[in-house]
Design a protein around this ligand. Structure first.
Ligand SMILES: Nc1nc2c(c(=O)[nH]1)N[C@H]1C(S)=C(S)[C@@H](COP(=O)(O)O)O[C@H]1N2
Ligand SMILES: [Mo]
Length: 422
């Protein structure tokens, strides 16, 4: 049976195996030996087997065997499993790491969502091209030129459209396809950069311009368009700094788009080109992926279903999943966030939804970022189910369920967080 490569995990494992075999073959390994090493010790064993011949006896006198120069490195920053939940090329933030912190997620703990490994970009030769029929003065900007443009800082979240997908099974009894994120594909940061509108105006944005599409410089040149109206919003940026640091390699160095409130894929990383059209742009990422597919969603040619734009309202507790707490006084904390504005209220239940109370909201409570909530709780030993339900300033409230769609988007439901008190 052919593997279903639409599943990112399967896709990644498949590509990884292909790449490992390429290296093994180049190192003169037989297919049989490759398969036996792979089965026995996984990718690490294959790479060790590719290294220049070294035996245990020689080990003391010869330098440690070198792994091949092109060893696959997916991420630039360390992603140990006590800090991240690993999903192939994607790294999910562990909510418990946020408990004793402030409002912002530090770069070292920020989730990573990559279609391919993070590319290493040489900023000396890198250029941002601004071109297409929608501009009168195509531009090419180097890094220093971008740093010299008027700069803006905003605190906003980036969240993956698939965040919460792992709960489809629990809520609807039917898992959705794709990375099985819990709620950690979300992060708040202070982003600094140039307004995208500023750059477009310098390039002579025409009144007839329709869409703006940033293109990434990663292996598959990930790209997804947005309408000019979104590109011109005050907080839509070409960002080069994150939380006071140069934008990290995993988050888009040298520049990324920041498209607040929209699904994460709109915030293209490692941008090399901004294409401005006079026609609607259709690419894979707004026709086949990041669209709603399922019995409730009619095809929308050329897309397979309604296109996603805004994220959904959610909340999460800054606790391990499942959590274990000591009986007696505890302070439970979490976050709530909405693409539509500030958080107005968070209610919680510790008895699986029978009774609800209101949590304290903590400032800051910024639109398109989120707010922290907390409540004091002194439970007796036993098993509990914590639920948190956010309402935003526009009156949206988290529902109890989610609309089924194959690719598992738009999750917004209240989740049941298991807690054992000992
Ligand atoms: N070039 C490029 N940009 C990209 C992606 C990618 O794979 N390649 N992933 C997108 C997706 S799906 C998300 S959710 C966000 C994640 O941003 P982060 O990795 O900085 O958290 O980046 C977006 N930008
Ligand atoms: Mo995403």
């Amino acid at each position: 049976m052919r593997k279903d490569l639409r599943d990112e995990r399967t896709y990644w494992e498949e590509r990884r195996a292909e790449q490992l075999w390429r290296w093994a073959k180049a190192a003169g390994m037989s297919r049989r030996r490759f398969l036996s090493l792979l089965a026995g010790g996984g990718g690490a064993a294959v790479l060790a087997g590719c290294a220049p011949a070294s035996t245990g006896a020689k080990a003391e006198t010869t330098p440690a065997p070198q792994t091949p120069a092109a060893k696959p490195q997916i991420h630039a920053k360390p992603t140990p499993s006590d800090l991240f939940i690993h999903h192939g090329t994607n790294q999910e933030m562990r909510w418990e790491t946020m408990y004793g912190r402030g409002y912002i997620m530090p770069n070292s703990l920020f989730f990573i969502r990559n279609h391919d490994p993070s590319p290493a970009i040489d900023v000396k030769t890198w250029r941002l091209k601004v071109e297409g029929p929608g501009v009168t003065r195509p531009l090419e900007l180097n890094y220093d030129e971008i740093l010299r443009l008027p700069s803006t800082s905003v605190v906003r979240y980036v969240e993956c459209a698939g965040n919460g997908r792992g709960f489809f099974k629990e809520v609807l009894g039917k898992p959705a396809k794709g990375t099985q994120w819990r709620l950690g594909a979300y992060g708040v940061a202070e982003w600094t950069g140039v307004r995208l509108g500023e750059i477009l105006n310098r390039a002579g944005l025409k009144r007839s311009a329709v869409d703006v599409m940033p293109t990434g410089l990663d292996a598959r040149k990930i790209e997804r368009p947005m309408p000019v109206a979104k590109a011109l919003e005050d907080d839509t940026l070409v960002a080069y700094a994150m939380n006071g640091d140069v934008l990290p390699a995993d988050h888009g160095f040298p520049v990324r788009a920041l498209v607040p409130g929209w699904i994460g894929i709109a915030s293209i990383k490692w941008v090399g080109r901004l294409f401005v059209s006079e026609e609607p742009i259709f690419v894979e990422k707004n026709t086949k992926d990041y669209v709603l597919i399922g019995p409730d969603f009619p095809e929308k040619p050329p897309a397979k279903g309604p296109i996603l734009t805004f994220q959904t309202l959610k909340s999460a507790a800054a606790l391990p999943w499942p959590a274990t707490l000591s009986a007696g006084q505890n302070l439970i904390r979490g976050y709530a966030w909405s693409p539509h504005g500030k958080i107005a209220k968070v209610q919680y239940s510790v008895d699986g939804g029978k009774t609800w109370a209101t949590a304290q909201l903590r400032e800051p409570n910024l639109p398109r970022a989120g707010a922290r909530w907390e409540f004091a709780w002194a439970p007796k030993p036993g098993d509990y189910t914590l639920m948190a339900r956010a309402t935003d300033e526009k009156g949206n409230t988290q529902p109890d369920t989610v609309r089924w769609n194959e690719l598992g988007y738009e999750f917004s439901a209240v989740v049941r967080h298991p807690i054992k008190v000992t």
